[in-house]
Design a binder for this molecule. Structure first.
Ligand code: ADP
Length: 167
């Protein structure tokens, strides 16, 4: 069985992530999409919410599993007996960051965890979770960026945040 992990924050999942997920799911028998529980970032959606969103968004891809993890990716990958990580590359700025992480993971895992990169489909090259959140926070249209049910969930979050601020 060829297995891979696609780790990330997915806060929230975008069409760019979903494109990588679909393409990677065709390359492996099992693709585990795993939400990193990163204590440092303050996310819009909780880990549980992000896992549920990813499950809904990938429900038509039978070999995709959704999970979450904390701590080092190399430990999580070893626990799952997986030695390939998938990451997406949009631009040269992603490359510098991703290269460093990939090399660190290979070194720390004694060569056991390797990373493969899928270059973004051109129509999603501009997309990031942070720009989705920024647009939504100003009431902009994010329907080109995320699935419809995610548009509603993001809107709901910002409605609550704005209401909370004005109370
Ligand atoms: P991070 O894990 O750095 O917090 P994300 O959860 O936003 O980042 O993204 C997870 C992975 O998906 C990263 O490898 C990132 O480069 C990639 N990615 C994000 N958006 C896109 C996109 N539009 N096209 C291709 N890959 C993307």
């Amino acid at each position: 069985m060829k297995k891979a992990i696609y780790p990330g924050s997915f806060d929230p999942v975008t069409f760019g992530h979903l494109d990588v997920i679909k393409r990677a799911s065709e390359m492996f028998d099992v693709l585990v999409v795993s939400v990193l529980n990163n204590k440092v970032k303050s996310p819009l959606f909780s880990v549980e919410e992000r896992v549920n969103i990813l499950k809904e968004a990938t429900k038509d891809l039978p070999n995709v599993q959704v999970d979450s993890f904390s701590g080092l990716l190399i430990n999580y990958a070893a626990e799952k007996n997986i030695n390939i990580a998938v990451r997406g590359l949009r631009a040269i700025t992603d490359f510098e960051y991703e290269l460093q992480i990939a090399q660190t993971n290979r070194k720390l895992s004694d060569g056991k965890l390797d990373t493969i990169f899928l270059t973004t489909s051109l129509e999603y090259a501009y997309l990031s979770s942070s720009s989705v959140k920024e647009i939504a926070s100003f009431g902009g249209d994010i329907s080109q960026c995320v699935p419809d049910f995610v548009v509603d969930l993001v809107r709901e979050k910002y409605k609550n945040i704005i209401q909370g601020e004005t109370l």
